[in-house]
Design a protein around this ligand. Sequence first.
Ligand SMILES: *Cc1c(COP(=O)(O)O)cnc(C)c1O
Length: 495
Amino acid sequence: MNMNVAALKLAPAAEADHADQILGTDAPSRLAFKDAMLQAVDMVAHGTAAASSLYSGTGVAGLRALLDDLDPLPKVGTGIAAALADIGRPALEHALTVGHPAAMAHLHCPVAVPALAAEVLISATNQSLDSWDQSPFATLVEERVLTLLTELAGLPASASGNFTSGGSQSNMTALYLAAERYGADARKSGVILTSEHSHFSIRKSAAVLGFADDAVISIASDEAGRMSMPALEAGLQRVVGEGRVPIAVVATAGTTDLGAIDPLVEIAEVAAARDLWMHVDAAYGGGLLFSRHRDRLQGLERAHSIALDFHKMLFQPISCGALLIRDRAHFAPLASKADYLNPEDAVFADAPNLVERSVQTTRRADALKVLMTMRAIGRDGLDALICQTLENTRAAAEAVEARDYLRLARRPSLSTVLFRYVSAGGPELSDAITLKTRAALFHAGIAALATTVLDGRVHFKLTLLNPRSTPDVVHRVLDAIGETARELEAHHART
Ligand SMILES: *Cc1c(COP(=O)(O)O)cnc(C)c1O
């Protein structure tokens, strides 16, 4: 007998070995898993009053004090029941309840139940998508979902993609591949053109990727927030006149504030004529692919790359996004830098190793939750949910227009509504009251609203990603805005 095995057998069991706390193939750890999960699920489903309120209202100091009073690493562990009581309960009680109908601040969605069930499988199996032998089925699930997504987007059979942590990573990866396509000088003299309303992750990505400080050129938008084609042409001519090299145009399908969809067909024409990489940031508006309104994304099928987020319009728990690439050959720069896999001595024939398409190495099996959601809810179900949010948004804009103390900024395009509070005290006072009203309604647990700057002035912004944010809810929120703003204004007048 091997000496080490004998020694192992003779070693006395540690006084309290915690082996059952590591999910294994044995019955005790499976029972421990089940017990812990059921307690946690029970807490989410019934355990706290917090589940029905938007927010506890506790400020930063109060939350910090809760944590300061707690020993994060006790010498002897408390066990799961006490840990859930001490940490799980406040984590739920002081969460922003994303499923509350008055949670309307950001592109931050309520989550689909089938996706939550999938999350249990994703985390318990802990598959990693970098290599096939770490995720045999999950790798193929991701490939299957990507095939469906490229079909929905209208990309050709050469297309491929990978799941990402979200739009920011998708955008950065796309710009990396675009730069690699143009070669060594791309980062020195290359220029990326994008609308003034495009997401900040475009600029951040260019900075991280080592482009020049002025590499991202901002193109003016029309009144609706869509990239202006004359401005794009003028921008291109100016850049070329300066001896610089345009390499990519980034269109946005669903800008973060106005939900504006750039003219994708026209942009594709320009990109083709000038041999530019066309990236479409559809992190927000890509959700339309799952609805009857997918024709609003016409031109998407001509993109070289597309960013999609499922944690925006598709009810997925964070994080869940994808990057689609028109021609899988364009992933080559990422594949060539994953050399530890030694493709020349591949062990598993035909097995895809998805690290070759990703900037991440270890990576979650997030495609499983998208697949589970699509299977369980179905095409008609997702269409109905998304259409309900668009319908709610249209009704919310009407509700804004019906109030004389509010002024609608633009007709909604997707699920955001931007509007001004009108103050007799003038625009500066209106800006200040808007910011204060937002904070007051948040701390009172009445509504989570956003504010943004449009046309140089502070606006309220509602983002209605929850099908339950129906007109009655919106009416209550708009009334609360009016009451709170008038109180603040009266207070201001007295002081
Ligand atoms: C949300 C958003 C992003 C960023 O995506 P993350 O998933 O938050 O990284 C990028 N672009 C647009 C248009 C977005 O709305």
